[in-house]
Structures are given as structure tokens and as C-alpha cells.
Design a protein around this ligand. Sequence first.
Ligand SMILES: CC(=O)SCCNC(=O)CCNC(=O)[C@H](O)C(C)(C)COP(=O)(O)OP(=O)(O)OC[C@H]1O[C@@H](n2cnc3c(N)ncnc32)[C@H](O)[C@@H]1OP(=O)(O)O
Ligand SMILES: N[C@@H](CCO)C(=O)O
Length: 368
Amino acid sequence: MATALASDLTTLTLGAPLALDSGKQLANVELAYETYGELNADKSNAILIFHALTGDQFVAKTHPLTGKPGWWDRMVGPGKPIDTARYHVICANVIGSCLGSTGPASAAQDGEPYGMRFPVITIRDMVRAQVGLLDALGIERLHAVVGGSMGGMQALSFAANFPGRTERVLAIATTARHSAQNIAFHEVGRQAIMADPDWEGGDYYARGKGPEKGLAVARMAAHITYLSEQGLTDKFGRQLQDRDAKSFGFDADFQVESYLRYQGLAFTDRFDANSYLYITRAMDYFDLAEEHGGLLADAFREASDTRFCVVSFDTDWLYPTSESRNVVHALNAVAAPVSFVELSAPFGHDSFLLECPALDRVVKGFLG
Ligand SMILES: CC(=O)SCCNC(=O)CCNC(=O)[C@H](O)C(C)(C)COP(=O)(O)OP(=O)(O)OC[C@H]1O[C@@H](n2cnc3c(N)ncnc32)[C@H](O)[C@@H]1OP(=O)(O)O
Ligand SMILES: N[C@@H](CCO)C(=O)O
């Protein structure tokens, strides 16, 4: 079961309980965050990066559990598209997650882990918590907010709910609302976790062993949605794994099966199953138009002096270009300055995490 060492983490406790969309409150909210680059004297060069579903604050630093480079190491650093020689980058682990911020594995008031007593949270709740962090750091107005996938949802939510607090919004491979297909895939994952006998209603922390099998299956199913058919075909095709002939059994005959099993298992070393339930739920509940009376344009009415850049990938079938266009249409309707580009990349939804020079140019140009 994945547990980060407290000594690897920088955390801040919010001064007041967090009011949640559900009507509940979350007390003693801790946010684990990392910063990169220097904050300038007038605090005008800060960029807040929002991470995706299973991401974390270690954007460009070694992950404390896996020992791997940060998830956007190629994008963030001195001289890189998000240039930390110019900008002060902040990234916080979202609430509900499991790398130091308050989530289902954290201790509740009675000292025991919340488990399923943790309140259901929303994307807007995650954003509210991070605005609390900005307040505590004394940063009133950001140079930009940036995010891909669920990070992009937070970027849009930030613009809609905290207008005036950022000059720019860069939303990559994202959507303004989760579709039926998005919800359906998440539900498969959640059911896989809950069907694992080791889930035990979410009350597994004391045993030191969680529903790893269920979590691995959830990740396998989700991982397929982050890739493209072409990418899988190019990488694996129908090639067999470490054998010359089919086994006529149910071992991982095909490379793609072996790859998915590996991705599923590796995931359980760095992620908590209950966090997976809560964060996927937050994504499923995300509907920016619904939050603002049913019309997406109304979400951005107060943010019409913010500059937006919306980026999609032509092979992303999870949050296809049509979803980005909806966002752009809404921004056009309130005359917000917006640029939009559909990039060509073979890798599917997760293209934003991979080598994509065209994305690098867009990010650098928009921020500069
Ligand atoms: C966005 C955020 O905020 S952070 C969260 C993002 N991070 C993740 O999602 C991490 C897990 N996901 C991945 O690694 C994604 O696949 C990507 C898209 C991010 C990375 O893609 P790539 O760099 O192309 O890596 P790829 O998908 O090929 O996976 C490589 C791994 O699969 C393993 N692998 C490849 N083929 C096989 C196979 N046939 N059998 C078993 N394992 C295999 C490799 O050994 C490698 O292992 P390693 O990660 O331990 O080194
Ligand atoms: N692969 C990334 C993006 C998914 O949207 C993640 O696991 O967070």
C-alpha cells in the first residue's frame, strides 16, 4: 500500500475549515505542495500548475515513492517551456489524493483514517483549497494557471470561480463537463475496487494491505483510455510477450496484456484505492455549465479579461477536440480573449505528458 514519508513532503494547514460543495465542511485541511523557481518581489510571476487524476506536486522533482522523475519534468525547469528561471511554479497535491494532502487515508477528528467517511469532494473544492494555499502564500494574482486533463478542469474552474486571480489560463486535453462515456469508464474502475474483498468498505488502512487487485484493474481499464488505438498498435500490435506461440491459456500472451498488467501493478505502489474512488467521483460530478445556471458562457462572464489558451489532441478520444471547442465557444460568447489549437500527436489523451514539441511551443509562447 502506497504511503509517502512525511519527511519528503512540504505541507500547509489551511487556517479555516473548507466549505465543500456538498454542504459539508472539511476541518484541518492540509495541502502538500512543491515550488520551483524564485517568487519575484511583487509576487507577479507565479504559475499554479494543477495536476491530473493520479498526479502530484512533484511536477519536476523526483517522486518520493517511485524514484522516477517528475511527471512534467520535460515541461518545467530552467530554460524549459515553463521556465523556472522566469517563473515561480507552485503545484499542490489535490485534496482527496494521497501524497500529503488531506484525503481518505488522513486521520479524521477521532484519529482514525477517514476511509469512506471522507466527504465527497468536487473539482471546485479542490480549487478552493488551492486558493487557500495562494492566500497563505500571499499571492493575490497569478501569471497563469496551467493544467492537463483533470488539471485543465481545475484551471477552468479557477477562472470561473476566482475571476481576477489569474492573468492567463492554459487548459490542455480537458473538458468543461464529464460525458456519459467518461463517467462509465470511471464506474468500471470504482466497481473493480469495491468488488475486491480487500477493500472492506474502504476500511483497510490498519491492515497495511488494500484492494490492490481491484485498483490495478481500475488502472488498466483507465490506462487504455489515455492511449490511442494507433499508439497501441505501433507499440505492441499483436506481438507476443516472451514466447514464440500462443499458450492456449490465460497468461499474458500478448505484449499489450503484459504492459497493462505492469501498469496496473505499478500504480498500486503509488496510489491509494479510496483516493481513486473520491477523485474519479469529483471528475464525474464536474459540469461547469451546471454550476453556473446551465449555460457554459455564464461560467466565464466574470473572467472575460483573462487570456485563455485551449489545447486538444487529435487522437484524444477521452476528451476529444469537440469538448475543447465547447469551451472556446463559451469563451467567445463572453468576448474573452482565447486562442485554440488542436495538436496532432499519436499518443492519445496522455500526449500532454509525452514528447510533443508543438505543445512545448504553444505553452512557451502563451506564457511569454
Ligand atoms: C498528469 C499528471 O498529473 S501525473 C500522472 C501521470 N503519470 C502517469 O500516468 C504515470 C503512469 N503512466 C505512464 O507511464 C504513461 O504510460 C505515460 C503516458 C505517462 C508514459 O508513457 P511512456 O513514457 O510512453 O511509457 P509507457 O506507457 O510505454 O510505459 C513504460 C513502462 O511500461 C513498461 N513496459 C513496456 N512494455 C511492456 C511490456 N510488454 N510488458 C511489461 N511492461 C512493459 C516499461 O518497462 C516501462 O516501465 P517503467 O515505467 O517502470 O520504466
Ligand atoms: N495519466 C494521467 C492523466 C489521466 O487523465 C493520470 O494518471 O493522471
